[in-house]
Structure formats: C-alpha cells, structure tokens
Design a binder for this molecule. Structure first.
Ligand code: AMP
Ligand code: ZN
Length: 481
C-alpha cells in the first residue's frame, strides 16, 4: 500500500517494522467538551486506514490516549488547561468532565462505526511513566529546569522542524500565536515537559514529582503512552493536520531524544473539515456534533459516507446541502441492495467476477487511501454484470472497511417495504386529517380502556356518513355513498 508520509512528504510503500504486524498510535480527544464533526472526520479516516490494514491481513495494534490533563488553550505553554476551563464552565470537577466527555466521545464513535482502539489510555493514568521519561531527558541533557518548570531543549537536536521547511521565526509558537515569549525558555521552540509554575496556578489535578508538585505538558503524554504500549519502534502515528506542529514535532523531539534512534516511520495526517464560514469551532457559530445531526434527522453513517467521498489530504467543507446530497447517494445505494437480498439466496458467488471487481477497491485504497475511489468501486459492484450473490458478498466485504452498515440498512428497508400499509381514502385533505386525528384519539381512548369515548367517536363519525374500518395495520375509514 502506498501511503503519504508527512515526514518525508512523499507517498511511500507502507512497510511495518515487523512483517505482518502494525503498531498504530492515534492522538485521542481532549475531553473537555463534545467532539465536533471535524474532530470525528479525523477519527473516521483513521478508522478506515486501520480497517484497511486489517483487511489486507495485517495484525494491527492501535493505541489512543485520552487527554484529560495538560492540553492548554495555547500552543505556547501559556494558556489555561482546557480541562479546567471545561470544569469551570460546567461547575463540575475535572474528573467528572473527563468521564462524561470520554463516554460521549465513544458513544459518537459507535454511531459512526469507528472501532474502539485496542488500548485507550487516559493521560492521568500514566503520570509515573511521564516522570520516568522526563527524568531520563534531564539526565541526558535534553531538558532543563527553569522558573520551576522543566523544558525540552530543542537546540540539542540536529533537526527540530521535521514536518516543514519553514523559517524558524514563523513557526516558533510564541511568535506564531502573538503571545508574549516565556522568559524561562532558552530557545523560542522549547516546550514544557512538566509544570510546577504557570500563570494559571489553580490547576485542580497535581502530582508529586522530583521537581515539585505539578502536572505534565501535553506533548509528553503521547510519547509515553505510545512507547509504554507499542515499544520503541512505532510504525504509524495519526492525527489531524493541526497536530503536526507543534504537537507531533515535539513528540518526535522528546521520543527520539529518549530512545536514541528513529521512533516512528509513518505519519498520517487528516486535513481539516471546515464550515462555509471557515474553521470549525466548539464555541462560535453552530456547534456541529453527531447529536445535532441526529436531531436534524441525519443518520450518522451518512456523515461517514460524506467523509469517505473526499480524500483525507484535502480539506473538506461541511454544508447541509452537501450532506443532503449524501443522504440521496446513501439511500440510492440501499435501494439497489434491497432486491439483491432475496435474489442472492438461490445463487452462488462467482469468484472470478468478484476477484476482478475487488481489484478496483484495493487499487483505490492502496493508492494513499483513496476512499472516494473506493466508494466508486462500490458503485461499480452495484452496476456490475454479475449475479446478486457475488455483489452482496463484495458489498459485505468492502463494508468491513467502509463501515456503512449497508446490508443491515438494506434488510431494514426490505422489512419496511414488506409491511402492508394502511389504505387511506382519497378525500378532501382537511377531512382526512380531521378523521385521522379522531382515529388517533379513539385509539388512545381504547388503550386507556375508555370504551365510552371510543364508541362515541365511532358513532359521531357514523352519523356524518364516515364509517371506521379496523384492520390489522390500524384503522382507516370509508365514506358512505
Ligand atoms: P482535540 O480533541 O482538540 O485534541 O482534537 C482531536 C483530533 O481532532 C485531533 O487529531 C485534531 O488534530 C483533530 N481535529 C481538530 N479540528 C479538526 C477539524 N476541523 N477537522 C479535522 N480534524 C480536526
Ligand atoms: Zn498526541
């Protein structure tokens, strides 16, 4: 499989360190609020990558952290802790906020068919390993203490800006964010590994450490959690493109300083989902969540298809108009599958035909995870000149990667179609809606064992020449001629 590697800025053949096995790390959510559908775009595309690697026969172990401490509102180590901000907003403790939004995140993932990683590790559960790695970085001379905090010394590295060739001044976080530089830092790009002093000293969660009571910086958690569960050689690291700098740059700096060799071979970055107004936000404009989409009647899997229709390395603009087009596309796919369900029962799979079609699907995903072409390969199956059994087998197979629950939805649609519908007389719409409302009232009266009301409704309608007919599907009526 060819995969674009942000580290080399090239598409490269993906070759794991150990044949047949893949170690995969994903930056998890900061659990101070619901995930927006932009965050979830990243997780959907990473999920497709994981599932495709598994589809090709690789044994993937995937680890994800949960950021429940240390992620500041600014990249420059100067902002408030996002978790504390969330706790203040909701007048709860940080751990209550973390539990609530971690559960909410995985509930969203389930609705979007995003597989739970093999290991999910909250940062607050790994403080000992952070302290161990920071101690070693201090011993090796890659870190220093200043003003009560421990900083990573980026001047000790031959290359720090691994993901970009830009000018150092443009990237240095203090400059980039327009915030005052931290006077404790020896170099502009240095970053905090451990805080004991910050402008915001009412941090709720603090731990004892050799450098005083404090809390970890954000970047150290991903290095430590990854190395703890996946070892010193990582195959694949994923995240949204905003994480490339400074978060992933800092992860590489501290991990490689710690292990003394190259740490991770492939970096997979998903580009952003934007709104028509620009950057997606949790505080400004409409806060786009999975629940919001559901409340507007969208199936979360339609949003998954919306994401699959674009390449992960292109930014994507969300609009309801585009989502509505995806609803139409999704329903069309389902409608095409419905008649295959019965037809396939008496047929057997034509392996030669399946093999030829399968090639289109694999070629698409082998080419830097081109999910939009993989969806086209699905359409190719729908219109292929082969029998229904072969098509259904391929659809089920592709769906282990695409995760659109196509066959289950088609089964549900088939059941819906099979259910007999109630025939309503072709009459004046105002009269139909009046009678249907009275039929509903009568039904409720019967349910409440208020048979007097039920009979009164029937008799009053009969007196007007409207005769009720009870059927197994419900009650309808006819007009006396
Ligand atoms: P956070 O919860 O802020 O730590 O972000 C969780 C993940 O979502 C990270 O991998 C981010 O890089 C990613 N992310 C943030 N904003 C967007 C966006 N608009 N589109 C896609 N991914 C995003
Ligand atoms: Zn991370």
């Amino acid at each position: 499989m060819l995969l674009y590697n942000s580290l080399t800025r090239k598409r490269e053949e993906f070759v794991p360190n150990e044949p047949g096995k893949v170690s995969m790390y994903t930056c998890g959510p900061t659990v101070y609020h619901f995930a927006h559908i932009g965050n979830l775009r990243s997780y959907i595309m990473e999920d497709v990558l994981e599932k495709y690697l598994r589809y090709t026969g690789l044994d993937v172990t995937r680890v994800m952290n949960i950021t429940d401490v240390g992620h500041l509102t600014s990249d420059a180590d100067t902002g408030e802790d996002k978790m504390l901000k969330g706790a203040k907003r909701e007048k709860k403790t940080v751990m209550e906020i973390a539990k609530f939004y971690t559960d909410a995140f995985f509930a969203d993932c389930e609705k979007l068919n995003i597989k739970r990683p093999d290991v999910v590790a909250p940062a607050t559960g790994c403080i000992d390993s952070f302290i161990e790695v920071i101690t070693s970085l201090l011993d090796k001379g890659y870190a220093y203490e200043a003003g009560g905090n421990i900083y990573f010394d980026t001047s000790k590295l031959s290359t720090y800006y691994v993901f970009n060739d830009f000018n150092e001044d443009d990237l240095a976080v203090g400059v980039r964010e327009g915030v005052e530089a931290d006077g404790n830092k020896r170099n502009k790009a240095d970053f905090v590994l451990w805080f004991t002093k910050s402008k915001f000293d009412d941090q709720e969660l603090k731990w004892d450490s050799p450098w005083g009571v404090g809390y970890p910086g954000w970047h150290i958690e991903c290095s430590c959690i990854s190395m703890k569960h996946l070892g010193e050689y990582l195959d694949l690291h994923c995240g949204g493109i905003d994480n490339a700098f400074p978060h992933h740059t800092n992860e590489i700096a501290q991990s490689e300083a710690y292990v003394g060799h190259k740490w991770c071979n492939y970096w997979f970055h998903v580009h952003h989902l934007n709104t028509t107004g620009g950057k997606m936000s949790k505080s400004k404009g409409e806060f786009l969540t999975v629940s919001l989409l559901e409340s507007k009647g969208y199936d979360p899997l339609v949003y998954r298809l919306f994401c699959l229709q674009s390449h992960y390395r292109k930014s994507l603009v969300f609009s309801y108009e585009n989502l509505d087009n995806t609803v139409i596309a999704y329903n069309k796919i389902i409608q095409k599958i419905v008649p295959m369900l019965d037809a396939a029962k008496s047929e057997s799979v034509d392996e030669a035909a399946a093999q030829a079609l399968r090639k289109g699907f694999c070629d698409a995903l082998d080419n830097d995870l081109n999910t939009s072409l993989a969806v086209t390969a699905l359409y190719d199956v729908l219109k292929a000149k082969t029998n229904a059994a072969t098509k259904l087998a391929l659809i089920a197979e592709y769906d282990t990667v695409l995760g659109l629950d196509l066959i289950a939805h088609a089964e549900a649609e088939k059941k819906k179609k099979a259910a007999p519908t109630l025939a309503i007389p072709d009459a004046d719409p105002a009269l139909v809606s009046e009678v249907m409302a009275l039929i509903e009232e009568r039904k409720n009266a019967k349910k409440a064992k208020d048979f007097a009301t039920a009979d009164r409704i029937r008799n009053e309608l009969a007196a007007r020449g409207i005769l009720l007919i009870d059927t197994p599907q419900g009650t309808t009526f006819t007009l006396e001629s």
